[in-house]
Design a protein around this ligand. Structure first.
Ligand code: ATP
Length: 194
């Protein structure tokens, strides 16, 4: 079985950029958050469980997951949020396990924003953190998404502080300079993983 490397980073750290570099170096990357969005539409068992929890409105007339309805439903209801996560997270985990079985490389990467928050690092052989100074992440996200300073700040305040992630990570990619440096660091870190 391949080694599983968890890849994470806070908002605007550059984890998606690093994931693309990793693919360019020939290693497969599983994008957990993207897959979670697909699975709620693809997996029939998951669909029934979500409807049981939140009501039929969780899916629209076309049968597509209704993100807005769900967000409103779980807003300020922690039990429902936990219930929903308790349904979706195991489904993503199963999907990931199936995906891993189909891979042939000795290393595979699992990109997820909440690697440490959800303790998913415990299900990985190693963890890689992409990190950058808060002010640099702030600027990148404001430029990328057209969000205001306050909007980005609110998201950052909800995430685990970088200093705590740094303590938990096995490998750290600092992304405070340019994309050339980032690619070089990425290459060095992934080919050093044993
Ligand atoms: P999120 O959690 O918000 O999805 P992320 O960690 O996946 O963010 P990216 O989308 O990879 O971060 O990077 C954020 C933005 O910053 C992107 O527009 C990306 O192109 C840019 N960026 C990342 N690293 C650098 C760098 N070293 N130099 C210049 N721009 C960068």
């Amino acid at each position: 079985a391949p080694k599983i490397i968890g890849l994470t980073g806070g908002i605007g750290s550059g984890k998606t950029t690093v994931a693309r570099f990793i693919e360019e170096f020939g290693f497969p990357v599983y994008y957990s958050d993207e897959r979670a969005k697909d699975i709620v539409n693809e997996n029939g068992d998951l669909r029934s469980k979500i409807k049981d929890l939140l009501g039929n409105g969780a899916y629209d007339e076309k049968g597509l997951y209704n993100r807005k309805f769900v967000a409103e439903k779980i807003f300020n209801d922690n039990d429902l949020l936990e219930g929903l996560n308790g349904i979706i997270h195991p489904a993503v985990r199963n999907d990931f396990e199936d995906w891993v079985k189909a891979q042939k490389k000795y290393l595979v990467f699992k990109e997820t924003a909440l690697l440490f928050e959800l303790k998913l690092n415990l299900q990985c052989d190693r963890s890689v953190l992409v990190t950058a100074e808060d002010n640099i992440r702030m600027k990148r996200v404001m430029d990328r998404d057209g969000k205001t300073y306050r909007e980005v700040q609110a998201i950052m305040e909800h995430q685990m502080p970088e200093k705590d992630k740094i303590k938990l990570a096995d490998c750290i990619i600092y992304n405070n300079t340019n994309l050339e440096d980032l690619k070089e660091h990425t290459e060095k870190v992934i080919f050093d993983i044993e």
